[in-house]
Design a protein around this ligand. Structure first.
Ligand code: PXL
Length: 280
């Protein structure tokens, strides 16, 4: 009888220095293309540690959003206070908020506990067109959250809806960014990934705007690009990058995540958040 091969794993425990902790405050997408589970993948891909507070549950797949229900605001507030009392948060990402009461809790929390590097993605609808925040919530985003954020990252449609201005190209993106500065926004990045040519515009109050151009990628797997961009930006700021570099690196991350995406499901497949981690 041959002796069974023996395999012995030596398990050493060693204490590593903790990475920056990034808090994402966003909805739950069960298909993990967008929302908190996607954000935690993006945060892990950046070598940071992700913690999450859920604002709303959605029923969705790659085929679209079927329903969404905001959480009880007091549950979210308890969750945020519990996390903030326990860990040192190095950056905050805000995504889908659901409704006005939930959005108001987030604004109150951030006003009370000053956390660094707040990146606000003013999510209004899913790419399939379903509303992800009500009118009251959009008002809290504009009046309560935009002034608290270090950087706001609307896509062209959100920039248009928030400002009431048409936003179809770089000139109009600049005018919309100026309007958002009037609402108290510090830096604004308007993303135009589906424009042709693709262009993102970074604007700071009174400063020159900066344009980030890229070849437009023809790819169906684009579910979660907005969440991936804004969360990657929060990670880069947590890691100490200056805003302009952080935008460039976040954009490169999203392009790579699209380029390395896979077809999952019947609809728009998710980007590959963990493209850097190959199996084998
Ligand atoms: O991409 C916007 C978005 C953000 N957050 C959640 C979502 C979506 C789009 O579907 O489901 C939870």
């Amino acid at each position: 009888m041959p002796r069974p091969a023996e395999l012995h794993l030596w398990l050493h425990s060693r204490m590593l220095a903790a990475p920056p902790i990034v808090l994402t405050i966003a909805g739950f997408d069960p298909s993990s293309g967008a929302g908190v589970t996607a954000d935690v993948k993006t945060i892990a891909a950046h070598g940071c540690y992700g913690v999450a507070a859920i604002t709303a549950l959605t029923v969705q797949s790659t085929a679209g959003v079927r329903a969404s229900i905001p959480v009880e605001p007091s549950l979210l507030l308890d969750s945020l206070n519990e996390l903030a009392a326990d860990v040192k948060v190095s950056a905050v990402h805000i995504g889908m908020l659901g409704n006005g009461k939930v959005a108001a809790v987030v604004a109150d929390f951030l006003r009370n506990i000053r956390l660094p590097h707040i990146v606000l993605d003013p999510v209004l609808r899913s790419s399939s067109g379903t509303s992800l925040v009500d009118q009251d919530g959009a008002k809290v985003i504009l009046e309560g959250l935009i002034p608290l954020a270090e950087v706001v990252t609307p896509n062209v449609d959100e920039a248009s809806e928030l400002t009431g201005l048409p936003v179809g190209g770089p000139e109009q993106m600049k005018l919309a960014a100026d309007r958002l500065h009037e609402y108290g926004a510090r830096a604004v990045v308007i993303t135009g990934g589906h424009l042709d040519p693709a262009v993102d515009v970074l604007s700071v109050p009174g400063g020159a705007i900066q344009m980030f151009r890229a070849d437009r990628l023809e790819c169906a797997n684009t579910h979660g690009t907005g969440c991936a961009f804004s969360t990657a930006l929060a990670c880069q700021l947590a890691l100490g990058q200056a805003l302009q570099t952080a935008v460039l690196l976040a954009k490169a991350y999203v392009l790579n995540a699209i380029r390395n995406s896979y077809a999952i499901g019947r609809g728009a497949g998710p980007v590959n958040h963990l493209f850097g981690h190959r199996k084998g």
